[in-house]
Design a protein around this ligand. Structure first.
Ligand SMILES: Cc1cc2nc3c(=O)[nH]c(=O)nc-3n(C[C@H](O)[C@H](O)[C@H](O)COP(=O)(O)OP(=O)(O)OC[C@H]3O[C@@H](n4cnc5c(N)ncnc54)[C@H](O)[C@@H]3O)c2cc1C
Length: 306
């Protein structure tokens, strides 16, 4: 049997750095991480959170870890949450993850509030020693000439990693909605990519409101240049791949294959309602070919991930 593209890595918290009021960078370390893979800039991983009762005692580590984990009784099944590789240095056995600190409402945000160097953490991540592709990444702009990246704070780690890996002549716009102005992180972007941080601050606008407003305005201004001849295929099914599906019934996730005819490529990620609104505006409102829009509405206000 082929070695799976993902496996469980046994790691230790090395360093914890508060980057801003709501971003906390954790560097995980272990010899095991020398085999960690990073197949695409928005590479997703799973963090397995310890249970107060059993710690990591029941976490399956075999090749088919996911089925074994699903089969565990509720009280012995460790919570698993999805994150993004912010940076990886396999030669040093290190992996960085930027966690959004959003209070004590979920097991991951509780964990980050209490994490200390030396804590153990299990991470499901691509296995570089496998011949299988992880499939856990979606940034596929192909030959697109204009890039649109939009997301909330949960998408900032992926957006930053994508920007760092863009060619110097890339062009486009990036909109990142964050809780407050000080959450605008330092990042490296090509000169032709306009990055705009959108702090919610105390404007009392809900999640995604500033993002929807800014991206809609940008898209409306840009729309005349969008080729619409392919819009007739707007309802053709698109393959969905990657890690085992999240169980949230409100998940909206659709990713196209690489765009191969220039034009626009949009990557939208974050809270499901805002991302759905944006996707609708681009595809239905402006006639953008849906094969140009990767949209990942992967968390929903008021619902836990798993
Ligand atoms: C592909 C992918 C990549 C991701 N990458 C990252 C990443 O790099 N960094 C990151 O921080 N998150 C990332 N996320 C989002 C993260 O998985 C969710 O925010 C997750 O719900 C956090 O788990 P939790 O245990 O803290 O909260 P849950 O138990 O899932 O939810 C508890 C409550 O908190 C709310 N909630 C969840 N997330 C947030 C939030 N960010 N702000 C406010 N309320 C929230 C929920 O609506 C719910 O009411 C990613 C998600 C996906 C699918």
């Amino acid at each position: 049997m082929a070695k799976p593209g993902y496996r469980v890595f046994d790691t230790t918290v090395g360093e914890i750095r508060r980057m801003s009021p709501h971003f906390v960078r954790v560097t995980f370390r272990s010899d095991d991480l020398r085999d960690v893979g990073w197949d695409g800039p928005d590479q997703r991983i799973k963090v397995v959170l310890p249970l107060a009762t059993t710690g990591f005692g029941d976490v399956p580590t075999e090749a088919d870890w996911y089925s074994a984990w699903r089969a565990l009784p509720d009280d012995r099944r460790n919570p698993i949450r999805t994150y993004t590789i912010r940076d990886a240095r396999p030669e040093a056995g290190e992996l960085d993850v930027d966690f959004v600190a959003h209070g004590d409402g979920g097991p991951a945000s509780r964990w980050i509030a209490e994490a200390r160097p030396g804590d153990r953490m299990l991470i499901v991540a691509p296995d570089a020693t496998s011949d299988e592709e992880s499939g856990g990444w979606e940034w596929r702009p192909g030959t697109a000439r204009t890039l649109l990246i939009a997301g909330d704070e949960t998408a900032v780690p992926a957006a930053c990693a994508i920007l760092e890996q863009l060619p110097a002549d890339a062009c486009g716009a990036v909109f990142l909605e964050v809780p407050e102005a000080d959450d605008a992180l330092e990042l490296r972007a090509p000169a032709g990519v306009d990055v705009r941080w959108l702090p919610r601050g105390d404007t009392n606008t809900g999640y995604g409101a500033r993002l929807v407003e800014a991206v809609t305005a940008w898209a409306d201004a840009w729309a005349p240049a969008v080729p619409t001849e392919a819009a007739a295929v707007a309802d053709a099914p698109i393959a969905v791949g990657g890690l085992p599906a999240l169980t949230d019934e409100d998940l909206v996730w659709e990713v196209p294959d690489a765009a191969d005819d220039g034009g626009l490529y949009a990557w939208l990620a974050g809270e499901a309602s805002a991302i759905t609104t944006l996707r609708r505006h681009l595809v239905r409102g402006l006639g953008v070919d849906r094969r140009r829009v990767a949209f990942m509405g992967y968390w929903k206000l008021g619902r836990a991930e798993g």
